[in-house]
Design a protein. Structure first.
Length: 127
């Protein structure tokens, strides 16, 4: 290895820079430890956040509960014995056809008056 000789002013400067770095690292470590709350405090904060009531957001694009059912049944009654296709129903109700297919498979099957009359076509039998 080769030996490097440094002037005394350069050594003093390096020593002061190292001292500043050392104090900065020490203060950062102390600040980090102080910033981390105790485990009990964390649990209390989590409980407060979990127990806080969620404010009802007013989303104007969301329909009121049950409105899809009422609209679908009204359209199926209006269509009569021939029924109506899901794509036509989607256009009339201004919604995606995939959402209606899902509705018929999830909610529609619970309504005994709604019958499938063909491929992608449903009708309402009853009053």
């Amino acid at each position: 290895m080769s030996t490097i000789t440094l002037s005394s002013s350069l050594v003093k400067k390096l020593t002061s820079v190292l001292a500043e770095l050392s104090s900065a690292v020490d203060s950062a470590a102390t600040a980090t430890v102080a910033a981390v709350p105790a485990p009990k405090a964390v649990k209390a904060v989590v409980k407060k956040v979990a127990a806080a009531p969620v404010a009802a957001e007013s989303d104007s694009s969301r329909a009121p509960r049950g409105s899809v059912k009422e609209a679908v049944i009204a359209e199926l009654k209006a269509a009569g014995k021939t029924g109506v296709s899901v794509t036509d129903l989607a256009v009339k109700l201004n919604t995606k056809s995939q959402n209606l297919y899902t509705w018929f498979n999830q909610t529609g099957k619970k309504i005994p008056q709604i019958k499938k009359s063909g491929r992608g076509t449903y009708r309402y039998v009853g009053r």
